[in-house]
Write a protein that binds this ligand. Sequence first.
Ligand code: ADP
Ligand code: MG
Length: 761
Amino acid sequence: MSKTKSSESVKVVVRCRPMNEKEQAAKYERVISVDVKLGQIIVRNPRESSGNELPKVFTFDAVYDWNSKQIDLYDETFRPLVDSVLLGFNGTIFAYGQTGTGKTYTMEGVRNDLEKRGVIPNSFEHIFTHISRSQNQQYLVRASYLEIYQEEIRDLLSQDQLCRLELRERPDTGVYVKDLSSFVTKSVKEIEHVMNVGNKNRSVGATNMNEHSSRSHAIFVITVECSELGVDGENHIRVGKLNLVDLAGSERQTKTGAQGERLKEATKINLSLSALGNVISALVDGRSSHIPYRDSKLTRLLQDSLGGNARTVMVANIGPASYNVEETLTTLRYSNRAKNIKNKPRINEDPKDALLREFQEEIARLKAQLQKRSGKKKRRQRRRAGEGGDGEDLESGETEDDEEDGDDKGDYWREQQEKLEKERKAILEDHSLVAEEKARLLKEKEKKMEDLRKEKEAGEMLSAKVKAMESKLLVGGKNIVDHTNEQQRMLEQKRQEIAEQKRREREIQQQMESRDEETLELKETYTSLQQEVDVKTKKLKKLFSKLQSVKAEIQDLQEVHINRRQELEQTQNELTRDLKLKHLIIENFIPLMEKNKIVNRAYFDEEVEEWKVKPITRIEDDHQMMSRPLSAVGYWRPLSHHAHRAMMLMPDTRYKAENLLMLDMDLPARATKEYQEPVIAPEVAAALEDALRVDDEIQVDASGFRSSLGSVSPAGASGSLKKPKSGRPRTGKKSSTPTSPYSPSSPGSPLYPQSRGLVPK
Ligand code: ADP
Ligand code: MG
């Protein structure tokens, strides 16, 4: 890693954990052997007891067996990477493997146990020790912590744990998480606190921590900014970013009977990991011009770590027991491919978004302001001295924040205060002043004192702020003379040298191994035919066994391939079924016109990779969308057909979308009833008829009177059709009955008694 080439491979190491208690109790067979010297993992197939299948051998940059110590891994594999981050490179460490094989153990390890600390806490120690030993450099360290679960990004350091973040892309800095919080940390303790807060939040969001952590990816990001005076006399800033990634468990999610929601979940969990696999394949095969980074959040976020501007180490974790052999082989094949990814790391110098630069500029600005102020004050003091203490007018209108540096700061404030106090006393004692004038002057002085106090407070606050800002910028060189430190440093250096030595040895051995077969023939000179036959037979055997293992590997790969294909086909079938159901619903229950409108409005948002529907009002050119739905002609708002009809039928306001106020006149209810004639039974009516007929006879008798009086109209006597004038109730028959010539209203008819109701017989 220490070499600075323009292009370098992803480093892949494999770590095999010890058998756990359960496996020991169940007496599982160990199928993994680890050749640390050669960097090889050898996998025996437990099914083939006859031994005609050869063990599979995988070679990596380094391998670690169950006895490996955390610190060995760190010194040999991770320390060089973190060192280059301190130099301004980007670095990434991935932990990949089946659940329960030690990914979290490798990344975090056991808290509070120095020996079992993982990469993350070890890197904290490493970074801050490096800073404390540095000279003439200024550092700023910050940390972020995020999690990707079901393709959603959660900020593990934010207050609001329900908030989901989105990815954004900028041409200059690449892909980043929008609004991700990051904390500036000044010591190991502080950054550990940040990690603990994140870990706590991680388990808060999970119902079942084990399941959750095996399905989510956790990324801890440390950004180290370093400022140093360059040869050109300018300050240069280098920014290194370290991504520490604990990936989700790589085992296949069993999808037995998964449907609907669960199926969706299963496909989403696998999405980021399978996308990672696809990216690796595309990078390695050399034929694809398109690398599918955009297929998942994880690959987008770590785009630089895979084939880009970063140094990358991948730790593949495996278990030793026989029942895991399938997953182990998958992990080994996966990481074997990753070895061939080429990265192009470079030092990030003076990037636009360096926080350190902002800090430095802000501090410089504040300091310049202070300098200016203190200059002014000194001048003021000098002038005051010259003018015999009559300098109070000079300060009028000066209210801005201020800060005095050095020893004369306290003096200045005290002096000012004393002066004002003295002046106040003088005014109080001055009897020549009018009371009013005195009060005014006193008030003025008090105000001045108040201003002075405020100014002082503001100055103190500002100075505290500058101090706080400066304290965040870390500078080293303090402990450099410390004796124990020196010893420790020597020890570290020795350890590093040993690690480097080991690494080189392994490399040479690996090279020798691979050259062995090629050069064998050249070296050999045969003394006899028999010897030649022997040697060649031996070589043939070796080559034959190699051929067999390659053949077996091909067959295995084909099997794996077929299995994956079948799985994908099954997933596809299930998704197609799901789709058909949605189609059925759309075709039968959504009006065609509505469907077309929605289709016209829908668009695919590349940024968040989701379909979205444009709001109606924004579409100016699409007249179809601007026109009102037919059912709502004459209304302000669109109405459904049902609401429209309900509004017509029911007078209440349930379906009213507008004109909710009823402006009709509210007439009082009638208190009287319509007049209704009494109903008369037919017998009564007949009796009345009879009675009236008798009346006629009487009338005949009375004709003499009538004519003599002459006051009665002749019509009345001759059976008139005129309606009776009186409103009184009459007999059942209408008074207009032609058979009834009786006229009760004949006033003054002495023959008939004035009676109410019927005329008695
Ligand atoms: P993962 O994160 O891959 O699901 P863990 O890191 O949680 O797996 O490891 C599972 C268990 O195995 C833990 O109890 C851990 O302590 C133990 N373990 C893993 N690797 C090692 C190792 N190299 N040495 C000792 N114990 C280990
Ligand atoms: Mg884990």
